[in-house]
Design a protein around this ligand. Structure first.
Ligand code: PLP
Length: 641
């Protein structure tokens, strides 16, 4: 280490400790990930002591069962640990500030609706009365049938129509503690109409539009122009309307949400204070609110920097809980009103850690043409000029020579386009330019300050590792928002990673690449990776994917849902692989877009019969080809190894 920076050179004796430092495991891993002496990535559910789950071993066992990468691994024990952590932090804050009311967490279903995830959370959250937040009627229909503690809440957000509200009334009749949150003025009339239909009107909440905003990628969820929430005037008008309809006593909850992944604690503090002040003023008006719902936004430190960068947070879960409890308590004391029960809708924090995608690197594309060019000394002038530069570039002249090479490279293409160069000459020129660029980058590193031009050049010259996955299916937030996720090889972590590479997926879209990587100090433009060994798979894990990625992935190029498995550590320290779910077959991906298997097969059958009738194919060959087509339709959508 030098000035706190990790320098890995070919002469270092590489250790798993160095690897852990290089990939930042202890910075972003929240204690759940480590590296074993054999260089394998380990998952350590809280409280497992020295025992852990060997991820490489899991992938090998799955492969023996015919489940090849890409595969999404879920670790339900991490869900349990996160629920405990959230509740323990609030319990500690409640004790510290002598807060007289309880903390009631609700899990927002939209963050990850997978049944195993939700049931995992609810079973560990039962003792803490973990409830659910829903944003649509389908989510409500699931929530009402799930097993939650009797005192837990179902908070209904999102746009509400008559059918959504009738489902809420049904949930109410089933004895669920349902709160229907008014987010838009027009929803109020629909709620009043429930009474006219003799439906049992649940508790009513209001989502308010705060002036405070969050920070980070989801900042625009807060502030005056946000899509959701009532303005102060709309709130007061709504209360009058409810009073006139005899429903004022149903008002029980006040809610705000200023955005997900709030990176700065001061933004949380100001939102809590503003929300608490509105709560207190409403109490003073005699509105019987008893829950203050502070929404989501509790962020995850994806890059481990502990800063207010988009991929991080500058606070801990305990600090968050302390600031929420203290902020509410202080405002209520100033206003002399009874403090509310505190509801939080944290989703990302609860589920982000529990899943990782493991995939294999399919191929490597070198960034620099490593083939020594065929140098003749006799080709066209422009090629000879490039040869000369390649031979004489040095630490003293690299900048000037590189600029000359740029000009010759332009000339090369112009001459080719005019028909004055052959393909072979173009190939020699391209190879020479690529090597010159590589040399220029190498020499630029000896300077005290590396010029921006060479930094950019270096990032263009990184190798590409082609990974068997789709960014659009598995990392949608990276594609849409440049969100960063930690990426780590799952094996060979006791060997020095000699290369730096960008990761390209297997879609045909140039956006399907990962070009930014987490780091505590900066955003890295390449990931340290190992040399690929012929005939040996090389696996990378994309971590902390549990929040939002499952739901938002799409079927670009018809790459479908990946295989999944749940992995747990049993009390004896053995790894159990449970609930293996095969990923989508090609035919299922096609069905989403209106193709039916029968019809596709019939069409191929018809085409083959035509060829047989013309004598261009034998009957057995046609039968074989048809069978082949059927098998392929039933295959996994990703590349086979
Ligand atoms: N509540 C509401 C209303 C939301 O819109 C969201 C997501 O943006 C959440 C809760 C969950 O937020 P987070 O995952 O940041 O905790």
């Amino acid at each position: 280490m030098e000035n706190g920076e990790l320098k890995v050179t070919a002469t270092d004796h590489f250790t798993v400790e160095l690897a852990a430092e290089l990939y930042g495991l202890s910075a972003w891993g929240s204690g759940y990930f480590s590296i074993a002496e054999n260089g394998h990535l380990m998952v350590r559910p809280a409280g497992s002591g020295s025992r852990g789950i060997d991820v490489y071993d899991v992938i090998r066992r799955l492969s023996d069962r015919g489940i090849e990468t890409p595969v999404l691994l879920r670790f339900p024990q991490l869900l349990e640990s996160q629920v405990d952590k959230l509740v323990a932090s609030f319990d500690s804050a409640v004790r510290e500030f002598d807060y007289p009311e309880r903390f009631l967490p609700v899990y927002p279903l939209k963050v990850n609706q997978q049944r195993s995830v939700v049931e995992g959370l609810l079973s560990s959250g039962r003792r803490h009365a973990l409830g659910l937040e829903v944003g649509s009627r389908p989510e409500l229909l699931a929530a009402v049938a799930l097993d939650t503690a009797p005192e837990s809440l179902i908070v209904c957000n999102g746009f509400k129509d008559e059918q959504y509200l009738s489902a809420a009334a049904l949930a109410n009749r089933l004895g669920r503690r349902v709160v229907v949150v008014v987010e838009k003025p027009f929803e109020l009339q629909a709620i009043m109409d429930m009474r006219a239909r003799d439906e049992c009107v649940p508790m009513i909440g209001f989502r308010i539009r705060l002036q405070a905003r969050g920070s980070g990628l989801w900042e625009k969820s807060g502030g005056f122009a946000s899509k959701f929430g009532l303005s102060t005037r709309q709130l007061l008008a709504a209360l009058d309307q409810l009073a006139a309809g005899g429903l004022r006593d149903n008002v029980a909850l006040l809610h705000f949400h200023v955005g997900s992944q709030i990176t700065e604690i001061r933004k949380i503090k100001s939102a809590v204070r503003e929300g608490s002040r509105i709560y207190a003023k409403l109490r003073k008006l005699g509105v019987p609110i008893r829950y203050l719902d502070v929404g989501g936004g509790l962020g995850v430190d994806y890059d481990g920097s502990g800063t207010s960068s988009d991929a991080s947070v500058n606070y801990t879960v305990q600090e968050y809980a302390n600031d929420v409890v203290f902020g509410i308590s202080e405002v209520c004391a100033e206003e002399q009103v009874a403090p509310p029960s505190i509801v939080s809708e944290s989703g990302r924090m609860l589920v982000a850690y529990h899943s990782m995608l493991v995939t294999n690197v399919q191929a490597q594309i070198p960034g620099i043409d490593m083939q020594p060019p065929v140098v003749s000394g006799q080709g066209p002038q422009v090629v000879q000029d490039l040869e000369e530069i390649e031979r004489t570039i040095s630490v003293k002249n690299f900048r000037e020579f590189y600029h000359d090479a740029l000009a010759y490279s332009d000339q090369l293409y112009s001459l080719f386009n005019l028909g004055l160069l052959s393909l072979e000459e173009r190939a020699t020129g391209e190879g020479l330019f690529s090597r010159i660029a590589g040399e220029a980058v190498r020499y630029s590193k000896s300077a005290k300050f590396i010029a921006e031009e060479f930094r950019e050049l270096e990032s263009k010259l990184h190798d590409k590792y082609i990974c068997n996955f789709s960014v659009f299916q598995s990392l949608p937030d990276h594609w849409a928002l440049d969100q960063l996720f930690p990426i780590v090889p799952i094996h060979r972590l006791n060997e020095m990673p000699e290369h730096r590479a960008r990761l390209a997926d297997i879609t045909c879209d140039s956006d399907g690449e990962v070009e930014k990587f987490v780091d505590r100090k900066e955003i890295k433009d390449a990931l340290e990776v190992h040399e690929l060994k012929p005939g040996e798979p090389y696996y990378l894990a994309f971590l902390l994917l549990g929040a939002y990625q499952d739901t938002m992935g799409d079927l670009h190029n018809l790459f479908g849902r990946v295989h999944e498995a749940r992995v747990v550590l049993d009390p004896q320290g053995r790894t159990d692989i449970e609930d293996v779910r095969r990923g989508e077959q090609a035919v299922h991906a096609l069905q989403h877009f209106g193709y039916s298997e029968d019809e596709l097969v019939r069409r191929i059958e018809r085409a083959l019969s035509g060829l047989v009738a013309q004598g261009r194919l034998s009957k057995p060959d046609a039968a074989g080809l048809l069978e082949d087509y059927r098998i392929r339709l039933r295959g996994y959508t990703y590349l086979a190894r």
